[in-house]
Design a protein around this ligand. Structure first.
Ligand code: BGC
Length: 739
C-alpha cells in the first residue's frame, strides 16, 4: 500500500487526507482498505464509516499494522468524497511513561485502497498517492494521554497535495477484535466541590470518553478534565494521572450537535467542568464506555454484597483495560501492555469474556517482539524502546502462561502450536542466563511487585527476586513440557531440565521445610530503591513453592502451616504483591486451609480485596491502600484505581469456591472437575461460564446450615463432580442436584 503524509507537519493537530472518486461505470461492490500510523476514521461524504473506533488499533507497529476493510458499496457506488482523518494516537507523538516518542515519528500517515468491482469481473482501484489533498482538521490537538481539543468553528485549510511518506509499515488484515463503544452512562450527580469546582459523577470508574449532545451559541466552549476519585475533602483529584492531562475541549459550532473525541480515550469516573456557557446542564453529558468488542461469557453472584461488588469491580477492571491490548491501567501516562499484569489476570479474563482472538493478536505481537536471545521485555507492544522496561520473571513468563491458559479455556491447539517456539525460546533464554544453569539468579526483575512486606513505598517486595525468578523458570519449563506433549513434540530435554530445576530449587531454597537462600547472596540489581528487607521468609515464597509444586510432599504440610501462620500473625492479612496474590488463596485451599482462604477473601480491613470495596471502589485498585482508612491517598506517582491484576482473585472464586476447573486433558471445557468449596458466610453462590459447548454452571446454597448443590453441564462436556462429603460422580449433559 502507498503511505502518504501531509506536506506540512501539523504536530498535534489532526489531518484529513481527501480524494474525490468517480468510477467509469456503476460498480456492484465497493470496498475500502484503510490503515494509518496514528489513529484514523474513514469518512465518506463527511460521514464516518463503520462502528469500530480507534482504528487501526495498537499492534507492534515496527512489525505490523492492521488494515481494516469496509464495505462502502452503499456510500460510494456513485462515487463521492473519501477522507481519512488521522490523529496522533499510539503510533505518533508520545506514548510510554515519560512521554517517549514512539518511533521518533512526528507525522501521521495513512495508506488506503478503494476498489470498485464490476459485474464483468473487472475492478478499478484508487490508492492513496500524491494526488490526494491534505487539510488541517478541527481537532486542533490530540494525544492519547493529554486528550483532545476540537473547534466546531474552525475552517480546515488546504495544505496541498500529500507527499509520499518516507516510512512504510508492514500491513496485515485485522487480526484482533474491533474496538467499539458499549454502555452509555448518564451522570449520577453534578455537585460543587468545597473548593468551588463543578464536578460531574458518572458513578462508575471506566474507560472511554464523554459525549456531548448540545445546541449552543457558535463559539461557546465546553471544557473539562477527568479523574477517578474525589479526595478526602471532597475535591477533584488527578495527581495520579501524573503527566497525562486527560483534557477535553469543544468549541461549539452553533448547530445542534453530538460531540466526542475522535482519536483518544480517557480513564475516569468524574469530570471537572472547566468551561461551560452558563448553568451546567448534566443532560448534555454522557459517558461512553469503550473497549474491545468481547463477548461476555461469565456471570457470578452470591449472598455477600461486598463480594458481589468485588466481582463487579473485576469485570469493570477488565472492560477498562481490554482496549485492544491488555493494559495495566487506562488513565495515567502509561496504559501499556504490561506482560506481568496480563499473565496474572489471563485465566480470569477467559472466564469473564471470550478473549481468544484478543489474546491471539497480543501474543502474536509478543512473539514478533521476542528478541533473538529469547528475552521478552515488560510491555507488548514495546513502546518504550530505550530499554527502560525489564526482562523480568513473572512478566516475561506471560510468553508461556498466556498461551497455555488460552489453550485450556478454548482448546485451541493451533494457537499453542504457533506459540510453542516462543515458549521454548523464553525457557531457553533463562536456561542460558547467568551463572547458575538451573536457577535464574541474575537479571533485573520486578519481584513481588507492590508487596507489603518490604516496607512502605518499596516496589519489589521482600521475597528475593531470584527466588521468584527461579520458581517461574520451573513453572514455565513445566508449561513447555505440557504444551509439547499436547502437540506431540519431543520434550524430553525440557522434562529433564524441569527435574534439574526443581531439585536445584529444593537444594537452594528449602531447608528443613522452610524457605532459605542457602549459599546464594541476597543480591539482585534493584534499579530504584533497594528493599530494606530481603528475605525468603515471606508469604509469597511459600505460595510459589506450594502452588508451583516445587516442594517435596514431605515439606508441603510444613510450608503450608507456616504460610497459614504468617497470615494469622498478620491479623489474617496478606502481604503479597502481583506475584504472590493470584496464587495465595489457591496455595491455602489446596493444602487444607480452605477456611483461612475464605477468611482472607472476606477480610474487610487493609490490606484486603474487600478493603477497596468498603472504600467505595468500582474497579480494582493498583495498591491495597489506594485510598487509606483516613481518606488520604497512596503516592501520586503510582496509584491507579483501575488496575485489574488483583482481580485475578476471581479465578479462585470460580475455580475453588464454585469449584469449576478445566481438566488439562479436556481443554475448552470438554472435561471439567466441579469440586466446590462452600462457605456459609457467602450464603449462596452461582458461577457460570458460557463455553463453546453451552453454559456450565455451579450453584450452592445453604439451607439449615447444610449446602445444597446444583450443576448445569452443557452437551459435549464431561464433568467429574467432587463434593466435600465425598460424593464423586462423572456426568455429562444435564442438571444435577445434591445435598
Ligand atoms: C505498571 C504495572 C507494571 C509495572 C512493572 C507499573 O508502572 O503500572 O502494573 O506491571 O509497572 O512492574
Amino acid at each position: 500500500m502507498n503511505w502518504i503524509k501531509s506536506p506540512q507537519d501539523t504536530g498535534e493537530q489532526a489531518v484529513y487526507f481527501q480524494k474525490e472518486l468517480t468510477w467509469s461505470r456503476k460498480p456492484i461492490r465497493v470496498e475500502a482498505k484503510v490503515t494509518a500510523m496514528g489513529v484514523y476514521n474513514l469518512l465518506v461524504n463527511g460521514k464516518k464509516i463503520g462502528k469500530q473506533v480507534l482504528t487501526p488499533g495498537w499492534t507492534s507497529y515496527i512489525n505490523r499494522v492492521q488494515v481494516q476493510t469496509y464495505d462502502v458499496t452503499a456510500e460510494l457506488a456513485a462515487g463521492g468524497s473519501v477522507a481519512v482523518e488521522v490523529g496522533q494516537g499510539w503510533g505518533v507523538g508520545t506514548i510510554g511513561y515519560g512521554h517517549t516518542p514512539h518511533f521518533n515519528d512526528t507525522q501521521v500517515s495513512t495508506a488506503a485502497a478503494i476498489t470498485a468491482y464490476f459485474a464483468d469481473d473487472t475492478a478499478e482501484t484508487v490508492e492513496t498517492g500524491t494526488d490526494w489533498d491534505c487539510y488541517t482538521h478541527p481537532v486542533l490537538s490530540t494525544d492519547i494521554y493529554n486528550g483532545e481539543t476540537w473547534d466546531g468553528t474552525y475552517q480546515p485549510v488546504l495544505l496541498g497535495k500529500a507527499t509520499v511518506s518516507d516510512k512504510t509499515f508492514h500491513t496485515v488484515p485485522q487480526v484482533g477484535e474491533w474496538i467499539t463503544t458499549h454502555e452509555r452512562l448518564r451522570p449520577v450527580a453534578l455537585f460543587t466541590a468545597p473548593n468551588g469546582e463543578r464536578i460531574i459523577d458518572f458513578g462508575q470508574n471506566m474507560t472511554g470518553w464523554v459525549e456531548l449532545h448540545i445546541k449552543g451559541q457558535r463559539g461557546d466552549v465546553i471544557a473539562f478534565d477527568h479523574a477517578e476519585v474525589i479526595d478526602k475533602d471532597g475535591n477533584f483529584y488527578r495527581g495520579n494521572y501524573r503527566t497525562a492531562k486527560a483534557y477535553a475541549r469543544f468549541v461549539l459550532s452553533g448547530e445542534e450537535e453530538t460531540l466526542a473525541p475522535h482519536f483518544t480515550f480517557y480513564g475516569f469516573r468524574y469530570i471537572r467542568v472547566l468551561e461551560y456557557p452558563g448553568e451546567i446542564d448534566p443532560a448534555v453529558f454522557t459517558a461512553v464506555v469503550v473497549h474491545s468488542d468481547l463477548k461476555r461469557t461469565g456471570d457470578f453472584h452470591c449472598g455477600h454484597p461486598l463480594i458481589n461488588q468485588l466481582y463487579h469491580n473485576v469485570i469493570w477492571g477488565q472492560k477498562s483495560n481490554y482496549l485492544d491490548v491488555p493494559t495495566d491501567c487506562p488513565q495515567r501516562d502509561e496504559r501499556l501492555g504490561w506482560t506481568g499484569d496480563a499473565q496474572v489476570f489471563c485465566r480470569t479474563a477467559a472466564i469473564n469474556f471470550d478473549v481468544e482472538k484478543f489474546f491471539a493478536k497480543w501474543l502474536g505481537d509478543m512473539a514478533l517482539e521476542q528478541l533473538e536471545s529469547g528475552e521478552i521485555y515488560g510491555i507488548v507492544p514495546n513502546a518504550i524502546q530505550d530499554g527502560h522496561t525489564r526482562c523480568s520473571a513473572a512478566w516475561g513468563d506471560a510468553a508461556c502462561i498466556c498461551p497455555w491458559e488460552i489453550y485450556l479455556a478454548y482448546g485451541n491447539q493451533e494457537l499453542l502450536r504457533t506459540h510453542f517456539p516462543m515458549m521454548k525460546k523464553w525457557v531457553d533464554y533463562i536456561h542460558g542466563a547467568g551463572k547458575e544453569e538451573y536457577l535464574w539468579l541474575d537479571g533485573v526483575h520486578y519481584g513481588d511487585w507492590l508487596a507489603m512486606d518490604a516496607g512502605y513505598g518499596v516496589c519489589e517486595g521482600a521475597t528475593p527476586t531470584h527466588l521468584i525468578a527461579s520458581a517461574f523458570f520451573a513453572y514455565s519449563c513445566k508449561l513447555v513440557v505440557k504444551a509439547g506433549r499436547v502437540l506431540g513434540e519431543d520434550v524430553r530435554a525440557y522434562e529433564a531440565l524441569y527435574e534439574k530445576i526443581v531439585s536445584k530449587f529444593r537444594e537452594c531454597y528449602i531447608e528443613n521445610g522452610a524457605p532459605t537462600v542457602k549459599g546464594i547472596a541476597l543480591e539482585n540489581e534493584y534499579p530504584q530503591k533497594k528493599p530494606p528487607v530481603i528475605t525468603p521468609d515471606t508469604q509469597t515464597a511459600r505460595v510459589l513453592m506450594l502452588h508451583f509444586g516445587l516442594c517435596t510432599e514431605e515439606d508441603r504440610p510444613v510450608l503450608a502451616k507456616q504460610l497459614a501462620e504468617l497470615v494469622l500473625e498478620n491479623g489474617t492479612h496478606l502481604t503479597t504483591g502481583f506475584v504472590g496474590t493470584p496464587y495465595l488463596l489457591h496455595a491455602l485451599a489446596e493444602n487444607g486451609y480452605e477456611k483461612l482462604a475464605y477468611d482472607l477473601l472476606l477480610q474487610e480491613t487493609f490490606p484486603s480485596w474487600l478493603f477497596s470495596v468498603k472504600q467505595g471502589a468500582t474497579t480494582m485498585w493498583e495498591h491495597w491502600d489506594g485510598v487509606k482508612e483516613d481518606g488520604t491517598f497512596w503516592k501520586d506517582s503510582m496509584n491507579s484505581y483501575n488496575h485489574y491484576a488483583y482481580g485475578a482473585v476471581y479465578d479462585w472464586i470460580f475455580g475453588v469456591a464454585a469449584g469449576i476447573k478445566v481438566a488439562e486433558d479436556g481443554p475448552g471445557y470438554e472435561k471439567v472437575t466441579i469440586a466446590p468449596v462452600p462457605d456459609e458466610r457467602l450464603g449462596h453462590l452461582t458461577a457460570s461460564v458460557e463455553t463453546r459447548r453451552g453454559r456450565l454452571l455451579s450453584h450452592w446454597e445453604y439451607r439449615e446450615g447444610r449446602p445444597l448443590y446444583r450443576f448445569e453441564i452443557p452437551a459435549g462436556t464431561t464433568a467429574k463432580i467432587v463434593l466435600p462429603g465425598g460424593t464423586i460422580e462423572t456426568v455429562t449433559e444435564g442438571v444435577y442436584m445434591y445435598g
